[in-house]
Design a protein around this ligand. Structure first.
Ligand code: TRP
Length: 373
């Protein structure tokens, strides 16, 4: 039975079945369409998994005219790195391949204020789970500024500039604005929002890239309130002439059992460090199927790929070939392809991916070690 909860998408909570058209209207986003070839090559853009934006045009222009631009995003270190997190990693790596300077913030201060006060554990998770997987997926550590909110830089001038900005932004926001953007707000959340605004804006400071430049912030749609705040205050703080931030929004990868993917429930996701056997077991046992209850019915009525989690995993990138994906879609919908057969396709793809990825992780661990020391 489908759960009947009304849609709620905020940085602190995501629930209900998400209607992305409604979200576009509610948040005032622009749908992302008609992108040039360079972007269409990326499976997430092509399949409209990245579905909306703010001010993306300046990024398209920077790419086309080969001008300097920054890709900035942040991660909340919690639990295992899974296929939901991979969506962001794929985008970081894609922008790096287009020539972006990459900034990645580990939101350890935000995590401290909102969920986990163990700073040592946060640091370890950020490195072992996130950074190592990013590198194994193809992130180049050259041209990459990876930092912790709690330790911006060993360079004093840079560190001062970042923390000053986070604190100075406070002057340019009001309490009512916080309430309007976030609904509920606490001191911890307020300071996290301002620090995140500094994350997104500080590459433009003279201590960093030296001048106002386009910055793309790829995020899940739950992060838009932070962007609204950062965009608003950035244009009020006249001490700096910030170029307006650009952002894109991707859809959430549904959890294995349908519903939400959650770091705290290992049966809701496939981690990139799961063994191929574990992954296969999770797919067989837990992945929600859009097939019919009996073989006869399935042959007659066909399956529903839209709600079928194994199919969605192929769509979100496991099957990069559009023609092959369409054939699977058509065959499943017509009843020619059975749920078990579809699951097997996914298991085969996953097995290959996980084996190769885990091999690459070994080399990545060494590179990360060298990078951090
Ligand atoms: N708030 C983000 C999250 O919960 C993490 C984050 C911190 C972030 N700073 C950022 C995201 C800057 C994008 C840009 O995942």
């Amino acid at each position: 039975m489908a759960e009947k909860i009304t849609q709620k998408v905020t940085p602190w909570e995501v629930k209900g079945k998400i209607d992305y058209d409604k979200l576009i209207k509610q948040f005032g986003l622009k749908p992302l369409q008609h992108l040039p070839e360079t972007f269409q090559k990326n499976v997430l853009f092509r399949r409209e998994i990245i579905f909306a934006h703010r001010d993306f045009k300046q990024i398209v222009e920077a790419v086309q005219k080969k001008k300097t631009f920054v890709m900035m995003t942040g991660l909340m270190p919690s639990g295992k790195f899974h296929f939901g997190h991979k969506l962001v990693a794929d985008q970081i790596i894609f922008y790096q391949s287009l020539g972006a300077k990459v900034y990645i913030a580990v939101a350890d201060i935000e995590a401290y204020n909102s969920r986990n006060p163990n700073m040592k554990e946060l640091r370890e998770t950020a490195i072992k789970e996130y950074l190592t997987n990013y590198v194994a997926l193809g992130l180049k550590l050259k041209n990459c500024d990876f930092y912790f909110q709690s330790a911006r830089s060993k360079n004093g001038k840079q560190a001062n500039a970042y923390y000053s900005l986070a604190n100075m932004l406070a002057r340019h926001a009001t309490f009512n604005e916080f309430k309007a953007i976030y609904g509920e707000i606490s001191p911890g959340k307020m300071s996290s929002s301002l620090l995140q605004a500094a994350d997104m804006l500080h590459p433009q400071l003279k201590e960093f890239e030296g001048k106002p430049i386009p910055i793309i912030v790829p995020v899940g749609s739950d992060q838009d309130p932070h962007l609204r705040l950062a965009r608003d205050v950035s244009q009020r703080i006249k001490a700096f002439r910030f170029k307006q931030l650009s952002s894109t929004y991707h859809k959430f990868l549904p959890g294995l059992k349908s519903g939400k993917m959650s770091s705290s429930d290992p049966l809701s996701y496939i981690a990139l460090t799961d063994t191929p056997e574990e992954a296969a077991r999770k797919i067989k046992k837990y992945a929600f199927s859009g097939g019919q209850p009996t073989l006869e019915e399935h042959r007659k009525k066909g399956g529903n790929p839209e709600v079928d989690i194994p199919f969605q995993m192929l769509k979100y990138g496991l099957e990069p070939n559009d023609k092959k994906l369409k054939k699977i879609y058509d065959d499943y919908k017509s009843g020619k392809l059975l749920s078990g057969e579809l699951k097997q396709i996914v298991i085969d793809k996953l097995t290959k991916f996980l084996k190769e990825h885990q091999q690459k992780r070994k080399k990545a661990e060494k590179l990360v070690d060298k990078f951090l020391n």
